[in-house]
Ligand binder design. Structure first.
Ligand SMILES: [Zn+2]
Length: 644
């Protein structure tokens, strides 16, 4: 029902199938009130490209249109041929304190009117609700969702995560719902947080919920309709948004942009070229509520397209870091992400295009954190007494510092690293993603510099070297040569190859991959290593783009022999094995288990249940995703055993 097509961290471009067509996610569902249509649904589809609508079944159930809705069905009533999602009235419970409808009545009503996705009557928890009340709301919501699953018929069911501001309750609620046959998850109770700009709390709620949810179902941020939060919420794994705001804000004369909200009454210049604003003056918008609502919707849909494009171009983090500078409360929210870096890292790709430093938050991105951790845990330096610590410089470091390194290795028993803002970078690893692909400003923030010092100290505490010396100019060479006279006969090609093997595949991968006779095949044009042959067989290719290896079958055989299961493995069922052996991709539904350490875009070994090697390829999912998804490719196979 839901398939992930592209990804950036927890953010994804997906396809959600419904009885009335496919929706591309992340998607915004404009909320329409059937008895008060600000913009007619047909126009939403034709002029705005809206694929999916949301309407409130509770209001419909109570109002004059109830019978017509049952008779004609919701699609005809709204004059909208695409999918329609309905809400149950939980939000009215937040607004009015109570609702007078039972779970069964409202679920059966949604089935009757032909909703594509209907919602069980969840119990809304307010942010200030005490723990006991939230606990009860979670339990009642779970019971109601379980009941609703029995009444839903052909309708898809939305199960809503509650739990107030208690992360453990959110996670528990999410886990409970993940076990039920629901098609979409919603995160509820968040409107009061967004209205009060409590974005820090919003992050905590989304992350806690996401931790408990199974990854193969789309997640709807209930009431999340302001474009200000789209990027951040998508980055944390939200796929669907609904917006009543475009119309509501227009009623109050408020104009929505991706940077916030302004009163049209205060406007002197109109800095928007959307179809509604084109040729208009602030006054036109002030006097025409409909036109303002149309602008608000255009602005919201536009931000969602920008988020999709940012996923497609693999720069979602940059997009979010930029957007979060629009308001201090959002900046706070961005800063809280570092507290969740370990969770976020599990979904972060092994590679990427580039990393632009936008502020001290950038050094806490999961890819930077992962790099630091691997240097601490996996790096084995060449034998040398001292380490020369070089400052940030233009990339690649080894080219910038080539003269220094030449003299250093000739005169001292010393190695070198760059004290980068992302953490210490041994010179052999200077081309590796994300460091080699990062761009940092000349002037760095004090917070980032302090962090960089702490990262360096953690590395030095590993005790690889007897001493470290900070580069202070040419005299530092004299100093280190006097302190540790000698030489470091570094075969840089081999040192790089070994360091990268351990960094990418894990401790001792270099011993397996680079044993025996190693031949480097270099590019004629750049003189850089392109292919590595081990005992005459092509084991690895080195990608210029991200400085990482592509694993060939010969390399895969070596790792398979040296590493015990489950390391690097994706295990498939028997019926899939012959296809993968022939070089066909591995579909998620055929995966029975996988190494927990696998990250999207990692090079992996495909094996059968007896641990016989079938193929090598690139994972597109992490373990949890491979095990959960019923659709989509888990491993893009590069070479199958039978193909050679
Ligand atoms: Zn506009």
């Amino acid at each position: 029902m839901f398939e992930m097509r592209e990804r950036a961290g927890l953010g994804r471009i997906g396809r959600l199938e419904t009885p009335h067509g496919v929706v591309e996610t992340p998607a915004l569902m404009p909320v329409v009130n059937p008895s008060r249509l600000t913009i007619p649904p047909r126009r939403l589809r034709e002029a705005f490209g809206v694929e999916v609508l949301m309407t409130n079944a509770y209001i419909l159930h109570r109002g004059d249109l109830r019978e017509r809705a049952v008779e004609e069905g919701i699609h005809k009533l709204l004059d909208f041929p695409g999918p329609v999602v309905t809400d149950s009235g939980a939000f009215q419970q937040h607004v009015y304190g109570r609702v007078d409808v039972s779970n069964e009545e409202i679920v059966r009503f949604q089935v009757e009117i032909g909703s594509d996705l209907g919602t069980a009557l969840d119990v809304f928890s307010e942010p200030e609700d005490p723990r006991e009340a939230c606990e009860e709301a979670v339990q009642t919501t779970l019971v109601r969702c379980r009941e609703a699953a029995g009444w839903r018929g052909e309708m898809g069911l939305v199960g809503t995560v509650q739990g107030g501001l208690f992360p453990d309750l959110r996670q528990e609620s999410a886990q409970g719902l993940s076990e039920l046959p629901v098609q979409v998850h919603a995160i509820g109770g968040v409107v009061p947080l967004m209205e009060a700009y409590r974005f820090r709390d919003l992050v905590e709620v989304i992350v806690a919920s996401r931790k408990g949810l199974r990854p193969d179902r789309p997640v709807h941020l209930f009431g999340g309709g302001h474009p200000l939060v789209f990027g951040l919420a998508v980055l944390l794994g939200c796929d669907l948004f609904d917006s009543a705001s475009y119309a509501k804000y227009a009623q109050d004369g408020r104009m929505i942009t991706a940077r916030g909200t302004t009163h049209v009454a205060d406007l002197r210049y109109l800095a928007c070229d959307c179809p509604a604003c084109h040729g208009a003056t602030p006054r036109d918008l002030r006097e025409d509520q409909q036109r303002l609502a149309e602008h608000n919707l255009h602005a919201s849909l536009r931000e969602l397209r920008e988020v999709r494009e940012a996923i497609h171009e693999d720069r979602l983090w940059e997009h979010v870091e930029g957007r979060c500078r629009a308001h201090p409360s959002l900046l706070d929210a961005l800063k809280t992400l570092r507290g969740h870096v370990e969770f976020l890292e599990r979904f972060e790709k092994a590679t990427g295009r580039h990393v632009f430093y936008t502020g001290p938050e950038t050094i806490w991105r999961p890819v930077a954190w992962r790099f630091r951790r691997r240097v601490l845990e996996r790096y084995r330096p060449p034998k040398a007494e001292g380490i020369l610590i070089l400052p940030e410089a233009a990339r690649p470091y080894s080219r910038t510092y080539a003269p220094v390194l030449r003299r250093l290795f000739r005169r001292a028993s010393a190695h070198a690293l760059v004290k980068s803002v992302f953490g210490p970078v041994p010179v052999e690893l200077d081309g590796v993603f994300p460091v080699g692909q990062s761009v940092v400003p000349r002037e760095l923030d004090v917070e980032a510099l302090e962090a960089s010092e702490a990262f360096l100290q953690a590395f030095l505490r590993k005790g690889h070297f007897a001493f470290g010396l900070l580069w202070e100019g040419k005299e530092s060479l004299e100093e280190i040569a006097a302190k540790a006279p000698g030489e470091a006969p570094v075969d840089m090609d081999l040192a790089r190859a070994r360091a990268l093997a351990d960094h990418q595949f894990g401790p001792r991968a270099a011993d397996a991959l680079l044993a025996g006779e190693v031949t480097f095949v270099k590019s004629k044009r750049t003189a850089k290593v392109r292919n590595i042959l081990a005992d005459g067989k092509h084991a690895l290719s080195l990608r210029a783009r991200d400085g990482l290896y592509t694993l060939k079958l010969a390399g895969g055989r070596r790792l398979h022999g040296a590493f015990q299961a489950p390391r690097l493995r994706v295990v498939v069922v028997e019926e899939s094995a012959p296809f993968n052996r022939e070089g066909k991709n591995v579909f998620a539904k055929f995966v029975v288990s996988a190494d927990e350490a696998i990250r999207p875009w990692d090079e992996v070994l495909v094996v059968d249940q007896e641990d016989a090697l079938l193929a090598v390829g690139r994972a597109l999912m992490n373990r949890d995703e491979m095990l959960a998804f019923g659709q989509g490719v888990a491993v893009k196979v590069r070479e199958g055993l039978a193909a050679v």
